[in-house]
Design a protein around this ligand. Structure first.
Ligand SMILES: [Zn+2]
Ligand SMILES: [Zn+2]
Length: 253
């Protein structure tokens, strides 16, 4: 279903247009000096380099035990980030269940949940990223699988992924990891957003995505491969050399 993932791209474009809306007190507590309420991509260089931030903590929150990313998915993400980011003091992941809510989520509601529930913020030399793993669908379109909606925040629509995986647990692992890692790629500024493309691989008709259909940052990887994915996490697409080169040029590994 090509539209499934092309809508991720559409959603990201939509978010650019509304990103100037800010909640008055979001993440401005006494101990919080870092702005977490900015546009997707703004923190790409902070994520990639060790100049200011030498470690990274990722907080994953979920609403339902039926919709929680497997620890193997979190480990897979951690491995990817260990390979691509300059964080000499490491990447850690903390996972927590928060209060259940409705099963259909609009962007304002997602932001509100984060503002109420997020506990990990950038402090000292440790940068913080928030992943909200929802137990429902995106309100505007049930086929959207994930969205990077702020500079250090992304959401995953677990029910949509579950539908897409059609009860196959290996596919669920694959889709969870692919969506989370793809959206994280947008936080890193790919493709040609906050991190400039140093070769011509931006998929112009599909927004900030890669032209290589085998790349993690292709807009429709999950739909461009018709066969089943018997290998689960072993089938998660990797960033191709063009995307990796962009990250390196912006301070990554
Ligand atoms: Zn995307
Ligand atoms: Zn690529």
């Amino acid at each position: 279903m090509m539209k499934t993932t092309s809508l991720i791209a559409l959603l990201i474009l939509l978010l650019f247009t509304i990103s100037c809306q800010r909640s008055a007190d979001f993440l401005k507590g006494d101990a919080v000096t870092y702005r977490h309420d900015l546009e997707m991509g703004v923190s790409a260089n902070d994520l990639l380099t060790s100049t200011k931030y030498k470690s990274l903590v990722i907080e994953i929150q979920y609403l339902s035990l039926d919709f929680v990313p497997d620890t193997r998915v979190a480990d897979h993400l951690k491995t990817l980030l260990g390979e691509r980011l300059n964080k000499p003091e490491g990447v850690s992941i903390v996972t927590k269940q928060i209060q259940p809510s409705t099963q259909i989520f609009g962007i304002d509601q997602i932001k509100s949940i984060e503002e109420t529930s997020r506990t990990e913020f950038t402090k000292g030399s440790c940068l913080a990223v928030y992943i909200l793993y929802l137990n429902g669908y995106y309100a505007a379109d049930s086929l959207v699988l994930g969205a990077a909606y702020r500079n250090t925040s992304l959401a995953v629509f677990g029910k949509s992924i579950s539908d897409h995986a059609a009860g196959d647990s290996l596919n669920r692992l694959l889709f969870d990891a692919t969506v989370i890692e793809h959206e994280f790629g947008h936080l890193l500024g790919l493709v040609d957003q906050a991190t400039p493309a140093i070769t011509d691989h931006k998929d112009l008709p599909n927004g900030n995505h890669c032209t290589n259909r085998n790349c993690l940052m292709h807009y429709s990887f999950l739909d461009s491969h018709d066969a089943q994915y018997p290998n689960g996490l072993a089938s998660v697409p990797v960033m191709d050399s063009a995307c990796v080169a962009d990250l390196r040029a912006n301070g990554g590994r």
